[in-house]
Each structure stands twice: as C-alpha cells, then as structure tokens.
Design a protein around this ligand. Structure first.
Ligand SMILES: Cc1cc2nc3c(=O)[nH]c(=O)nc-3n(C[C@H](O)[C@H](O)[C@H](O)COP(=O)(O)O)c2cc1C
Length: 369
C-alpha cells in the first residue's frame, strides 16, 4: 500500500497509527507503517523523554512521529486553580452523587488523578515539543486546530512534516493556509474528538479543498477494504486510532475495559461531551448517559469538563466500575473482537487492501492489466 507520502516518509505502507502507547507506536513502525505517539498525557517532560528513548531503542531505525494537542481556542494565562474556580458547585455535586450512586471508591492518598487540564495547554505542548525535537521524529501532528506558525517553522527547520486533524473542509483549508504538510481528515465515525461529517463524505471534500496537499483518511478504518475505499476517495493513506486499543501491545491497565471493547458492537459508541467538554466519540456507558441526559446538568465547556471529571474517571477506571467504564473509541469497535498483536492487525489490513484492490480491478474488468 504505497503512495507518494509513504515513499516520502520511507515507510512500506501508507498506514499511520495514532496511539498513546509507546509499545504500539514502535510495533506499527516496525510492521512497515508509521507509528504516531499521542503526547497529551505527558505533562512531565522527563516521562516523554523516557518513552521516546524506549521507542528509539525498539523501533529498529524505522520512522515515527508525535501527536500533540494545541487547541486553537487557548486556555493560556489561566492556571488550573482559576479554571477549578469556574466550575459550578451544582456540577461538582452531580459528580459526587453519580459516583456515590454506583459506590465508586476513592483513590489512595497520593495516587494521581489521571490526566489533568495541563496536557491541553499550549505551554505544556511546547514543553513536549522541546523534548520531541531532540529525537528524529519525522512527523508532528496536532489535534484541535492548526499549530502556531513558529511551531510549523521549527518543525520544517528540522525536516519534520506537520500534520493536523480536520473534521471539515473549512478546517482543512485553514490548516493549508497555516503552512502544514498533511491533513488528517477525521470523520464522524472516529474515536476521540470528531466533527459531524462521515468519512465517506468528508474525505473527498477535504482532498479537493487542500489539493495538492496529501490527505490521510481517519475514522472507521479497520480493514483493508476500508483502506482501499479511503484511497479510492483520494486519500494518500489511512490514519487509525481505535483498532490498536485491543492489541496485545496496548496497555489499557484494565482487563474489564478490554473485555468491554471486545464485546462492543459498532452501535455501542456515542459522540458525547462527557469526557472533555468537546464532542468526542467513546463507548456509550451509564456515565456518558448521565451527562447527555437532558434532565441532568449537562457537560461544561472545555477545559472545565475535563478538570471536573478527571478524578472521577480515574476512580472509575482504577476500580473497573463496569456500567461507567469507558474510553474514547470509534464505531470500528464492532470489528475489534479479539486481542491480536499489532503485526497481525497490520498484516490483515495490508493483505485485505490487496484483495480489495484486486476485487475492484476484477469488477472493472481490468485483471492482468
Ligand atoms: C483512545 C483515543 C485517544 C485519542 N486521542 C487523540 C489525541 O490525543 N490526539 C489526536 O490527534 N487524536 C486522538 N485520537 C484520534 C485518533 O488520532 C484518530 O484520528 C482516530 O482514532 C481515527 O479514527 P478511528 O478511531 O476510527 O480509527 C484518539 C483516538 C482514540 C481512540
């Protein structure tokens, strides 16, 4: 599965894999794709350095990238304490009552409450970049907006390609104007923050809007057939996030969550503001239902919601409270039915891609050409 972009990056297949797990990122690159490590959870630069060192030692010299979150809407100049103070007491009470209703135990003293607001702040992302530019990353991706001009320039000085996620042609055009090199067109089906336009409609719209920039199709891709469809729609590759969550290299820290993912069907996700305050696709749970209930208080805007629920989400995960336990994941979860190695998922995808292309050629009467 080769395209101009995969050739430019020196990878065998134009399969890009977003993952929060270093072991998965390295395995994707080793398998012949392009692993991209999600950096949002690294609020301490030394932790990121440790994991990039690990990737370097395990990636067999193959190229890889990093994904940061620099929201276009900044929370600059506001401390975590300022944001805390903006959270209405009624919302805090709702969190307390919901946790009490399900008997969710607390965290042990000194136990960190998972991710905090700081991972979404530009100064934290800049700290991540200071670390990342010490490593031979080949691509820097940004979620939730175009990266600032100086970041794009810094990346280009180091021959690092810059990518940004877009959920609409309008956003994609903004990225192009900001001087980025690759647009990731992320459809409604995708896990994580998504827009409202399905991949089938979005991919060709974005391809046409940013031509001649290369576009990667994201959202709802988990098989070679879907990868072939994405290339038929004009994409230069595919960008997958959800499918890696149930690989043997992923480190979800929760057997119960893995079981839920394996059992879930493609109708078991919801696009909800419950996690961060912005619509993000995730497993539908009684927790998301509580926030989406029109009779409840409703989610707060980003970054307030993330701060409000950070500790609660950590408690739910730590104690594996089944009805509330969830994670960002896309509709492709319906195909994630067993735990397999990254290599097995990858090989299935590339083999399935060849079969799908052969099939289309047969249908079009082009066999042997
Ligand atoms: C658990 C999870 C966390 C994600 N976090 C981020 C993130 O921090 N930054 C980002 O650019 N995209 C993030 N995404 C979106 C992925 O980069 C990717 O675009 C998306 O998963 C593609 O759709 P798919 O889930 O159907 O494969 C996340 C996706 C998942 C499933």
């Amino acid at each position: 599965m080769q395209t101009e972009l995969s050739t430019q990056l020196g990878v065998e297949h134009a399969v890009f894999g977003f993952t929060p797990f270093p072991a998965v990122a390295a395995a994707i690159s080793r398998a012949g794709g392009f692993g991209v490590l999600g950096a949002v959870r690294y609020t301490a630069p030394d932790d990121l350095r440790r994991d990039l060192d690990w990737i370097e030692a395990h990636v067999d010299g193959k190229p890889y990238g990093l994904d940061v979150v620099m929201p276009a809407k900044k929370v600059e100049g506001v401390s975590e304490a300022d944001v805390e103070a903006m959270i209405p007491e009624g919302h805090r009470a709702f969190v307390r009552d919901t946790l009490a209703k399900y008997g969710v135990p607390g965290l042990a003293e000194g136990e960190a409450a998972g991710w905090r607001i700081t991972g979404w702040m530009e100064q934290v992302a800049r700290g991540q970049l200071d670390v990342a530019f010490d490593y031979p990353i080949r691509l820097l991706a940004n979620a939730l907006g175009s990266p600032p001009a100086d970041v794009v320039a810094r990346a280009h000085d180091r021959d690092v390609l810059v990518a940004a996620l877009a959920g609409s042609a309008r956003h994609a055009r903004k990225h192009k104007d900001a001087g980025i090199d690759v647009v990731v067109a992320q459809g409604y089906e995708a896990g994580g923050h998504t827009g409202e336009i399905a991949s089938m409609v979005l991919t060709p719209e974005v391809v046409e809007a940013v031509d001649p920039l290369p576009v990667l199709a994201a959202g709802g891709i988990g098989s070679g057939r879907q990868a072939a469809a994405a290339l038929a729609l004009g994409a230069q590759g595919v960008w997958l996030g959800s499918v890696w969550l149930t690989t043997s290299e992923a480190d979800l820290h929760s057997p119960a969550l893995t079981r839920k993912l394996l059992a879930a069907g493609s109708g078991d996700t919801v696009r909800s503001r419950a996690l961060t305050g912005k619509p993000a696709r995730q497993l539908r749970t009684e927790w998301t239902d509580a926030w989406d209930d029109p009779h409840g208080p409703g989610a707060l805007p980003m970054p307030l919601q993330g701060l409000l629920v950070a500790e609660a989400v950590s408690r739910i995960q730590k104690h594996e409270i089944d009805p509330l336990l969830g994670t960002p994941v896309g509709q492709i979860v319906g195909r994630m039915n067993d735990v397999r190695s990254v290599r097995a998922v990858f090989d299935d995808l590339t083999r399935g891609f060849e079969e799908a292309v052969d099939r289309v050629n047969r249908i079009a009467g082009r066999s042997g050409q």
